[in-house]
Design a binder for this molecule. Structure first.
Ligand code: UDX
Length: 429
């Protein structure tokens, strides 16, 4: 089967490389000539474990190619996947401009019975919109389906090869059969539903996970007031099989490229159809407020940030990525600079980009160098190497009795204190 993937952003490159790996001839297509030139040279615009090797493997097998020519990619394709970005529009709903542009551009090159799959996160109803755009420009018989993407940054290749489920949003038996065949080497359950349900499910999954994080953050706030420990609370509730203990860890709120955007979009979509007053806008509001509240709380606890030397460990929004979108570092570091603090940082994968985002930031070669002479250390990202820090070495590098603000609850208070540091965690009363 020949496949075209339109939009070589994060999801597009991963999808194209994975489909090439499992045996298909894949064209990755983008209107950005510079991006395509970089990809052809094997350079990825972002870091993602295993992905570069997979792209190179695709080149070697001659199954993966990149182009800016719609004709080249679409004419041979039996399946066309749209993976373009859907940023939030001014009113908060998904801006479908790139999806519509892709639909218009692909239409003249469609072969008969081609299947156009929308993988981008879009509201239910988008398939009909895309259908009308293509019909206006093509006389071919074609189909539209929704196959939403659930991969996580940092484990995208594995998530794509072994997802929990492959959701096929299509009604026609021909399309369902073709898309099941397309995914035959991919793991996970097959769930066949309508396109509307598939697209609704994508938003629902992200909004549910986002509210779960928001919920546990609220409970963590209460624990901080009453002597309870959030880790123990999670241990107890996790034994309830209806609840479970995974995906519950508290912090400074959810970030990244998906949750903040998808919750806002679902809330705006709900509002646009007269269902706006419920839980969804509240999740977004609580998450938005959290960072600011916590920063101010930490500031009080450490006796002020003014003119202090502060070390930040972890700049990316989560481990195994260099993505800074909605990362805690984006809020904290400018706040520290405003207070006249001197800020040093270390992140295993965010290097020069950090200096563009935070002029004046001092980059350390490792956690200990970043922490040298610090009065406060803010651990923001749970990178594996931050889980096994030598606390004695850290304590020796900092000023005496420096604070460790552990926003990912990686350490026990007593152990940190034994290394000569003072400790602040999340949700530990
Ligand atoms: C998410 C979804 O998991 C994925 O299915 C979807 O396709 C895209 O959005 P991603 O943004 O890559 O993936 O990361 P994820 O690991 O889900 O974390 C999102 C945010 O929630 C991060 O800021 C993370 O730190 C935070 N989080 C996650 C918590 O604060 N606590 C948790 O228990 C889990």
């Amino acid at each position: 089967m020949k496949v075209a993937v339109i939009g070589t952003g994060f999801v597009g490159v991963v999808t194209a490389a994975v489909l090439a790996k499992v045996g298909y001839q894949v064209w990755g297509l983008d209107v950005d000539a510079e991006k395509i030139a970089q990809l052809k040279a094997g350079r990825l615009p972002f870091f993602e474990p295993q992905l570069k090797a997979l792209v190179i493997e695709g080149f070697t097998s001659k199954r993966l190619r990149f182009t800016i020519e719609y004709d080249q990619a679409i004419s041979p394709a039996e399946v066309i996947m749209i993976t373009v970005g859907t940023p939030s529009a001014k009113n908060g709903t998904a801006d479908l401009t790139y999806v519509m542009e892709a639909a218009e551009a692909l239409a003249p090159y469609l072969q008969d019975k081609a299947i156009v799959v929308i993988k981008s996160t879009v509201p239910p109803g988008t398939n009909q919109l895309v259908r009308e755009i293509i019909e206006a420009k093509s006389k071919r018989e074609f189909f539209i389906a929704a196959v939403p993407e659930f991969l996580k940054e940092g484990s995208a290749v594995n998530d794509s090869l072994n997802p929990d489920r492959v959701v096929i949003g299509a009604e026609e038996a021909y399309v369902v059969k073709k898309l099941i065949a397309l995914h035959r080497q991919i793991g996970g359950e097959r769930v066949v539903v309508s396109a509307e349900s598939a697209q609704m499910a994508k938003y629902t999954a992200n909004a549910y996970l986002a509210q779960r994080i928001t919920f546990i953050n609220q409970i963590a706030n209460l624990c901080e007031r009453n002597g309870a420990k959030i880790s123990e609370v999670i241990k107890v509730i996790g034994e309830d099989k209806r609840i479970g203990s995974h995906y519950w860890y508290p912090g400074l709120g959810y970030g990244g490229s998906c949750f903040p955007k998808d919750v806002k979009e679902l809330a705006a979509y709900a509002k646009s159809i007269g269902e706006g007053q419920g839980l969804l806008p509240k999740i977004d509001q609580l998450n938005e407020e959290r960072m600011d509240k916590k920063i101010k709380e930490f500031e009080r606890q450490v006796g002020g940030f003014k003119h202090k030397k502060v070390a930040v460990l972890g700049l990316a929004f989560k481990p195994n990525t260099n993505d800074l979108r909605s990362a805690p570092s984006l809020a904290l570091i400018p706040y520290l600079f405003d207070r006249g603090a001197s800020v040093s940082a270390y992140d295993p994968k965010v290097k020069e980009a950090a200096l563009r985002h935070f002029p004046g930031l001092i980059l350390g070669q490792d956690a200990y160098q970043a922490a040298a002479q610090a009065e406060v250390i803010c651990l923001l990202t749970e990178w594996p190497e931050f889980k096994t820090l030598n606390l004695n070495q850290l304590g020796a590098a900092t000023r005496p009795q420096a604070w460790l603000i552990d926003t990912r609850n990686l350490y026990q208070k007593a152990v940190v204190e034994a290394a000569g540091l003072q400790y602040i965690g999340i949700g530990n009363g």
